[in-house]
Design a protein around this ligand. Sequence first.
Ligand code: SF4
Length: 324
Amino acid sequence: MEAPYDFELDRILREISLSKAGKVLLQMPDGLKPYAQALTAEIGRRAGVEVYVSAGSCYGGCDLALTEAERLKADLLVHFGHTAFLPPPPKPKVVYVEARCKFRVGEAVRAALPMLSSHRKIGLTVSLQHVHRLGEARKILEAEEKQVEVGSPKGHGVAYLGQILGCNVSAAESVSGKVEAYLHLGGGVFHALGVYLSTGKPVVAADPHSGKAVEVSEAGEKVKRKLKANFLRLGEARRVGVIVGMKPGQFNLQLTLKVARKLKRLGKHPTLLSLDEVDSLKLEGFPDIEAFVCTACPRLGLDDAERFSRPLVPASKFLGVFGG
Ligand code: SF4
């Protein structure tokens, strides 16, 4: 199957040769894993190196497989699909491959137009795989007499105009005062929901893979209602788990201890829990804990709140509600 992504094979081979690597670890999000076998075979054949694929989760640049690379004694870690999120580690060398998508975005943008018909000033945001298609989307919007604003991102994990992450929608926020609605280019609704939750403005997610578009306000309001309900339950809880995430870009001990101190001042009993991957099954092992505050990925407990049988709220929201 021909991959609809640019895996920059020649650059990877050059990096292997430059760093004289004998062992390479590839890491990619689930959406790219179907191409891993062919990629591994090609790299192994052309570079004559031992190639491993990390089969674990990979949700973002925050989730660098440094422990695996260390155990495997890999000389090179090739991380696909995300922009650098962390400062480069001393070892191994990390190469980021953006895996830009070859699909054009016109069909998805045209599908979004009816949902943007009552708005003239549009903020355009994009996921990394489609950053090179911003111009194509802009042209279509401007042909419909829309005024298009593309914001400058700041902070971690973003490198391009208009680029956003689930936890960094600064590019959208930077133009919030100038636009009435947003159009986001990318697969699924995760990133678009982040823009809605942060700005409160209508957001249409245009998916270049399916050529379809969807407005996310309803889903966003559902997230807000669930969060409110979870805060009420957290307010009543006595025993609260404070989760510190073990993924390199999500690890925040200072925030974890700050949350724990605040919980104590509120008369609650915090239990500190370290977790690599925050999933409901692992939390089932602590039946006496009534609610959780999570200092790992700030999107945990928002759009995926239904996954957890007990309230789980992100630390930033917790401190926003209860004060630091
Ligand atoms: S912290 Fe969460 S939202 Fe941010 S990059 Fe990592 S997985 Fe994505």
